[in-house]
Design a protein around this ligand. Structure first.
Ligand SMILES: N[C@@H](CCC(=O)N[C@@H](CS)C(=O)NCC(=O)O)C(=O)O
Length: 233
């Protein structure tokens, strides 16, 4: 399950909204979500940037189809007003947007090169080939050259990733934890947990265990705090 899909699963579980999951492969995504009436969430990366990009997650709820993880989360707050809010209103809404930007710049950009090369091994051959071929075209180098297991290059990328996660760790340390707001999570926390959950399936187990120990075990505490929201219902 990809990071963006995890964000919505965490949100649904936290809100205790009942749901069913329909798993789609990369190759199934566009035809199936189009047939549901979903809109593209943007354009594909260059050089395919004249083509619409249909992405997961997509939800179908109360007769409405909604796409894009953050838009879905906002929708869930509005459509299920009696459930705990992912986006407390006012200043906190602005802070969550700022946090999302910080996370994307510091963490996503530095962690993706370590994660994506692990995707093909987790999907079937046709989808693995689609994934490797599209990422090579969009990002310029074959996936297996990004950060080969055991290489010096990979070690350097882990150092850079750790530094980025360290910047975000400072926000958590200041909050007292385990969540950004203290005892209850908000959507921004689920962005972080979603990336940990995605990492767990596409990096080595030893690498994941090391991550959890970074920054005084902060990520390990967040991982544990999120366990009930990560469970499949
Ligand atoms: N901003 C979107 C991005 C979603 C996205 O990029 N999803 C990926 C999986 S994580 C996808 O569906 N990729 C389709 C493809 O690679 O063809 C969101 O958060 O929902």
């Amino acid at each position: 399950m990809s990071a963006n899909t995890w964000k919505v699963r965490l949100a649904l579980n936290y809100k205790r909204i009942p749901y069913r999951t329909h798993w789609l492969t990369y190759l199934e995504t566009e035809p199936v979500v189009k047939s549901l009436g979903a809109k593209p969430t943007g354009k594909k990366p260059a050089p395919d940037n004249n083509e619409d990009w249909y992405t997961l997650p997509v939800i179908s709820s109360l007769g409405k189809v909604v796409e894009d993880s953050e838009v879905i989360a906002e929708y869930l707050d509005a459509a299920y007003p009696d459930t705990p809010r992912l986006f407390p209103v006012g200043f906190m809404r602005g802070l969550q947007a700022a946090f999302a930007q910080l996370f994307a710049k510091e963490v996503t950009a530095r962690t993706v090169p370590l994660l994506l090369p692990g995707v093909p091994a987790n999907v079937d051959a046709a989808n693995g080939a689609y994934f490797a071929e599209s990422r090579k075209r969009w990002y310029g180098a074959p996936l297996d050259e990004w950060a080969p297991l055991g290489s010096e290059k990979r070690a350097r990328k882990w150092e850079a990733a750790k530094e980025g996660w360290g910047t975000v760790a400072q926000v958590y340390e200041a909050s007292g934890g385990p969540w950004l707001m203290g005892k209850e999570p908000v959507y921004a926390d689920f962005i972080v947990v979603a990336w940990l959950a995605c990492a767990r399936t596409v990096i080595l187990e030893q690498e994941f265990e090391l991550m959890l120990q970074w920054h005084g075990g902060l990520w390990s505490r967040l991982w544990d705090a999120s366990s009930s929201y990560r469970a499949e219902p």
